[in-house]
Design a binder for this molecule. Structure first.
Ligand code: HEM
Ligand code: HEM
Ligand SMILES: [Fe+2]
Length: 466
């Protein structure tokens, strides 16, 4: 690939994006294995069990997104501050350390899989905490690497110019990194373990990651359609206030059934119900700026990226806001808790809120790397966004249907007994729902192949204006 980047920081960013894309692909393959096992339980039985495929699927998800987020920061840092990233050499070294560690962790997940369930398992194999299963040695390594990353970002921001976007990112990164520590302790009390684990998971995806996305959207709007920085940053501050205002105490919606005090019912219900509001605001903001700027004749400098950013605004609202709100009241959650409905929401929210905008950042990076003035939509880029979005949305609908079958049969009719669980798994709606999920998963994978093909061929495609 030709490399026309002026900033070392942006070169480093492309490394992070590359690993992110590879892990995204691995995530999809693992998802397909797990989805096949739902329908044919004997598939790879005792060789590569469902528990392992599922673990690698969702850990790869979190790790590729963190990679893409770090890449995004290294990408926008020199543009926002006007200077080269301080300590970019150390940043490159840390990239290799982190990537080597991730490789070892994944190989252990796949080859060793399970341990004797004592301290050695926690230290060397995995911690068994959904999404953030990295063993303790890797946890400590991650902390060191992240401290180095934060050091680079802060020193650069202090030395260079400081925009509103940069200020929000600085504050947000401290919170985002700090929360990881909450998921590192050890207790044999499962309620306490879950209590702190949710601090990482919920306060990441419904507070700190959302604020990060707000900052990326702000950066993207200025970059892609020439939106006014003043307007964009004003919106950003409003969104940040709303996101933290609802998201922090919205944590209570995970404290309904794990043994925490009952006052969390009211707190969780109230604040998490408010969470869709900032997502509406973000959707309105992106749509408004898009309409306003293109209405004034501003050219779109990168059409695929803008398409992904817009899909983000809408998908965030739909997956997190609407699908989240559905089951956030305890009166509803008593029926839906832990069913395929949860999985439906999990897929659309992670995709809509995060995968989309990070793919948008991939496109901004290939544009810069290949020195393209105007990046246009290609057949492949359209197929990619169409098929991936169709696939994930299709999976969401299929899982929603399966989930409702479960809610009706397992919970409402049969009272959530052990037997009820198994009977509901055999109902027609459930089985067909999972069949459609697998089919839509294949559609997603095909879209992914188009995406990679498009990203890799940007440099050679004559359609773009140079
Ligand atoms: C981008 C933001 C979001 C992401 C990525 C996300 C993702 C997820 C995921 C993956 C789970 C399943 C966790 C598990 O494994 O147990 C979950 C659970 C849940 N989410 Fe979200 N979510 C988001 C936003 C929201 C919002 C805004 C709401 C409410 C308005 C919400 C309400 C819930 C509830 C109530 C549960 C618990 C479901 C259960 O009891 O089984 N989420 N979320
Ligand atoms: C090829 C496409 C995909 C397939 C076939 C697939 C399949 C699966 C399967 C079978 C599970 C386990 C569900 C369970 O335990 O009941 C799962 C979990 C999950 N997947 Fe996927 N997946 C795919 C793509 C994605 C994408 C694109 C995302 C997000 C960007 C994603 C996010 C998640 C999350 C967050 C969970 C945990 C959900 C929960 O526990 O509620 N998956 N996936
Ligand atoms: Fe939550």
């Amino acid at each position: 690939m030709a490399n026309n980047l002026k900033w070392e920081s942006q070169k480093l960013a492309t490394w992070y994006f590359t690993v992110a894309a590879v892990l995204f692909g691995a995530q999809l393959l693992m998802g397909l294995i797990a989805a096949t096992q739902f329908l044919y339980p004997a598939f790879l039985f005792e060789l590569f069990d469902f528990s392992v495929a599922r673990m690698v699927h969702i850990n790869a998800l979190v790790v590729w997104m963190l990679y893409a987020m770090i890449g995004s920061v290294y990408w926008l840092l020199p543009e926002e501050t006007g200077i080269e990233t301080v300590g970019v050499g150390i940043g490159k070294l840390l990239f290799w350390i982190l990537t080597a560690a991730v490789t070892v962790v994944v190989l252990v997940y796949i080859l060793v899989q399970v341990g004797p369930a004592d301290q050695s398992t926690i230290w060397l194999i995995h911690e068994g905490r959904e999404y953030i299963e990295a063993p303790r040695w890797a946890d400590i390594g991650i902390v060191v690497v992240v401290l180095g990353f934060l050091g680079n970002v802060f020193l650069t921001a202090i030395k260079g110019e400081r925009t509103g976007i940069m200020t929000v990112i600085l504050a947000d990164l401290i919170a985002l990194a700090g929360l990881y520590l909450a998921g590192m302790g050890y207790t044999d009390n499962i309620s306490m373990d879950q209590f702190w684990w949710w601090w990482v998971i919920h306060l990441w995806v419904e507070a700190t990651w959302e604020v990060f996305v707000g900052s990326l959207a702000a950066y993207g709007l200025i970059r892609l359609i020439g939106a006014s920085r003043q307007t964009v940053e004003m919106w950003l501050w409003i969104e940040v206030a709303m996101l933290f205002g609802s998201g922090i105490l919205g944590l209570g919606h995970h404290y309904f059934w794990i043994g925490t005090p009952e006052y969390w019912w009211e707190i969780g219900a109230l604040f998490s119900s408010l969470e869709p509001l900032p997502l509406v605001a973000m959707f309105v903001h992106v749509t408004y700026d898009w309409g306003r700027e293109t209405g004034q004749g501003h050219e779109v400098s990168n059409s695929p990226a803008l398409a992904w950013f817009f899909t983000n605004a809408f998908g965030n609202f739909l997956g997190a806001g609407i699908w989240g709100f559905f089951h956030t009241l305890p009166q509803v959650n008593i029926y839906t808790h832990g069913t395929q409905f949860t999985s439906a929401h999990g897929h659309l929210a992670f995709y809509g809120a995060y995968a989309t905008i990070l793919i948008g950042m991939f496109y901004i990076a290939v544009q810069g790397t290949n020195n393209i003035k105007q990046l246009k939509a290609t057949f492949d880029s359209k197929m990619a966004i169409f098929l991936i979005t169709l696939g994930v949305f299709g999976m969401t609908i299929a899982l929603t249907v399966a989930g409702y079958g479960q809610v009706l049969v397992e919970r409402a009719q049969m009272g959530a007994t052990w037997e009820a669980f198994f009977i509901s798994q055999d109902t027609l709606w459930f089985v067909q729902g999972l069949g459609w999920r697998l089919a839509m998963g294949v559609v997603t994978l095909v879209g992914f192949v188009y995406l990679i093909k498009d990203l890799l061929s940007t440099g050679k495609n004559p359609i773009h204006v140079r």
